[in-house]
Write a protein that binds this ligand. Structure first.
Ligand code: CP
Length: 303
């Protein structure tokens, strides 16, 4: 059987997305299933992570798999100069699947070409974060009842935020999405993604503020300004607090509107929002466990 990887969200079809949604709901109802017994999964994190690594590792544990890997590449032979190629070749011999985060765009695709086992991209630079997208979609489906006819406000760092890039591409497969991009010019959605939407005749609008149109949102997807991707710290300082969502801004929103954030947050959502019925980001992170159980099972063909 040919191996399956998840590197870009477009590696999965709409049918795959729907299957993942279905499986995630099954795992939410019954998280502990012995589907990965005697399987070893390597989690290779060349870049910091809390949620992605821990929720993947929780998912693997709940499926009775075993985990090897590192959360800090400075404890690996990378510091001695070992290449990504050789690291992946080696780990392919030890494990049945690789989950990898790496700062370089394209590194996950390269790893999947070198590896003889499935590779899941847990984030490659500013490029893609497909497992985050699937858990975002699961969160949207759970809270809105459907993935069709969703008006999504994407707010903050739309240039470097890999999660918005993947989410936009996946949601474009569903009926009648509307995207509102809210960013300062320095952090605007890159042209390639706008061209992609145009090619599919999907509506998008660009703004620098959103309080006057907030009543239209089904989902407000907040993002952190990605400090680590800036080459000039002064440029980061200029935009780091460009949007701060506060409870008082939520008065005219739809009752069903939910606020998502891939997390970690810095200042972009004030803590006074946390108690609002619109705040969904912590549940969204929990949904990551069920969704990652679904992704792993789907790729390994065990469900
Ligand atoms: N959402 C996300 O990728 O979080 P971490 O960086 O903590 O993994």
């Amino acid at each position: 059987m040919e191996k399956r990887d998840l590197i870009s969200i477009t590696d999965f079809s709409k049918a795959d997305y729907l299957r993942i949604m279905e499986l995630a709901a099954e795992f939410e109802a019954n998280p502990n299933q012995e589907l990965l017994k005697n399987k070893v999964v390597a989690t290779l994190f060349f870049e910091p992570s809390t949620r992605t690594r821990l929720s993947f590792e929780t998912a693997i544990n709940r499926l009775s798999g075993r985990i090897i890997g590192f959360s800090d590449s400075s404890s690996s032979s990378v510091v001695k100069g070992e290449t990504l190629h050789d690291t992946i070749r080696m780990v392919s011999n030890y494990a049945d699947m690789i989950v990898m985060r790496h700062p370089l765009e394209g590194s996950a695709r390269y790893a999947s070409e070198v590896a003889s086992i499935p590779v899941i991209n847990a984030g490659d630079g500013a490029n893609q974060h497909p497992s985050q997208t699937l858990l975002d979609m699961y969160s949207i489906k759970k809270t809105q009842g459907s993935l069709d006819n969703i008006n999504i406000f994407m707010v903050g760092d739309l240039k470097y935020g890999r999660t918005v890039h993947s989410l936009l591409m996946a949601m474009s497969e569903f009926e009648n999405p509307i995207f509102n991009f809210i960013a300062p010019p320095e952090l605007a959605m890159p042209d390639e993604y706008k061209r992609f939407l145009k090619s599919k005749n999907i509506r998008y609008f660009e703004h620098t503020q959103f309080t006057d149109i907030i009543s239209e949102a089904d989902i407000i997807y907040m993002t952190r300004v990605q400090k680590e991707r800036f080459t000039d710290p002064i440029e980061y300082e200029k935009v780091k607090n460009v949007y701060i969502l506060k409870k008082k801004m939520l008065k005219n929103t739809k009752p069903t509107m939910k606020i998502l954030h891939p997390l970690p947050r810095v200042n972009e959502i004030h803590p006074d929002v946390d108690a609002s019925p619109h705040a969904y980001y912590f549940t969204q992170a929990l949904n990551g466990v069920f969704t990652r159980e679904a992704i792993i099972s789907h790729i390994m063909g065990v469900k």
